[in-house]
Design a protein around this ligand. Structure first.
Ligand SMILES: Nc1nc2c(ncn2[C@@H]2O[C@H](COP(=O)(O)OP(=O)(O)OP(=O)(O)O)[C@@H](O)[C@H]2O)c(=O)[nH]1
Ligand SMILES: [Mg+2]
Length: 351
């Protein structure tokens, strides 16, 4: 299976023992020393565990989308107009988006006709492969970045899950033996700096921070200098949440992006936009505005575990043509997963 092959080629955070799956928020345990606790299970069972976690993270969406599709298929006698309309309606309600839902159903319908499919049950398989196709069009290519440090600027609206996702990313990179530095670019509230410090301590990585109220640009400038001097592999920059309609804040984030380009021209830098999956279609308009301000190289879609509307992943890939790079499926430090189109489609429509 393609996604197993893909997982095999990379070091995964799943290599860490299941013991660490408890949120440190709950356990209060530091994460140092985790490298020794490598799970002795076979690779296949680790991958299976990984898949099941994605699947259970998607349980609300499965209930809202998959179960409804299955119920529709069961009570349908023939693939008539009503069937296709109902299928479209189910997709729209799961936040797949109007345009994407219409296209998906059209493609499935064409495929069914071409293949002479009459049994409604077979539509689920077709839907799964069309969903995968939409997602594959925009799947990220996972390559080790050439220029060091690899700089990741994390942006998004208030409360989207930026700081938590940064902690999860720091943990992931550290477990891959990368030397990670964090930058507290959210200087608006002292609590934001403290929150990142707490996560940095838990993940066992260093943090560059200034006083509350200081210029985020200065923090970014200093953190790049520090990352170069300390020979960090990865620098991850937190930023304050900003509503996409606040012009000055959007200008500020553009300025931060320019500082990175100026100070680290040889580095591989990316901008990750964190979107809260529970916000539904509003996520699309957020992405458009951030795209203008900073450019976006990928999306981190958080709180998929908390929504029945995980179909938004499809709308993002189809309408924005941006890769969903990671999905957040819980609050624990290892509840971030590299996104895979095949795994997602399988987790949604597989058995
Ligand atoms: N269930 C769930 N909760 C999440 C996930 N990601 C983040 N959260 C929660 O969302 C809340 C906000 O997360 P933060 O990381 O503080 O969000 P932020 O974008 O940094 O917020 P501001 O800095 O205030 O703009 C926290 O309670 C997190 O635990 C996720 O994938 N699943
Ligand atoms: Mg934050």
């Amino acid at each position: 299976m393609a996604w197993f092959d893909k997982l095999k080629g990379k070091k995964k955070q799943d290599e860490i023992t299941e013991d660490l799956h408890t949120s440190p928020e709950v356990s209060g345990e530091p994460l140092s020393g985790y490298k020794e606790e490598v799970n002795a299970d076979s690779e296949a069972s680790q991958n299976k565990g990984w898949f099941n976690r994605i699947k259970s993270g998607l349980s609300k969406t499965r209930k809202n989308l998959t179960d409804k599709v299955e119920a529709l298929v069961k009570r349908t006698g023939s693939l008539d107009e009503d069937f296709w309309e109902e299928l479209e309606e189910i997709l729209i309600q799961a936040d797949v988006g109007m345009k994407t839902s219409i296209n998906l159903v059209q493609n499935v319908r064409n495929k069914a006709r071409q293949e002479g499919i009459k049994d409604p049950q077979e539509v689920i398989g077709l839907l799964r492969s069309e969903v995968e196709k939409v997602l594959l069009n925009n799947e990220s290519v996972w390559e080790d970045p050439a220029g060091k440090p690899h700089i990741i600027l994390v942006v998004g609206v208030n409360g989207a899950g930026k700081t938590t996702s940064i902690a999860k990313l720091a943990y992931k990179y550290k477990s891959e033996k990368q030397k990670v530095l964090l930058a507290a670019g959210d200087t608006y509230r002292a609590a934001a700096i403290d929150q990142l410090q707490t996560w940095a301590d838990r993940a066992g990585v260093e943090l560059i921070k200034h006083q509350e109220g200081s210029d985020p640009g200065a923090v970014v400038f200093d953190s790049i200098a520090a990352a170069k001097a300390r020979k960090n592999d990865v620098l991850i920059i937190d930023t304050a949440g900003r509503l996409q309609n606040k012009v000055n804040l959007m200008k500020e984030i553009s300025k931060v992006k320019k500082i990175i380009e100026r100070e680290a021209p040889d580095s591989e830098s990316e901008v990750l936009l964190v979107l809260d999956a529970t916000t539904g279609q509003n996520a699309i308009s957020q992405a458009r505005i951030f795209q203008e301000a900073t450019g976006i190289s990928g999306i981190v879609l958080t709180k998929l575990d908390g929504t029945a509307k995980g179909g938004i992943v499809l709308a993002i890939a189809d309408e924005l043509k941006l890769p969903v790079k990671y999905v957040g499926i819980g609050e624990a430090i290892d509840d971030l997963r590299e996104f895979s189109a095949t795994v997602f489609a399988e987790a949604l429509f597989g058995n």
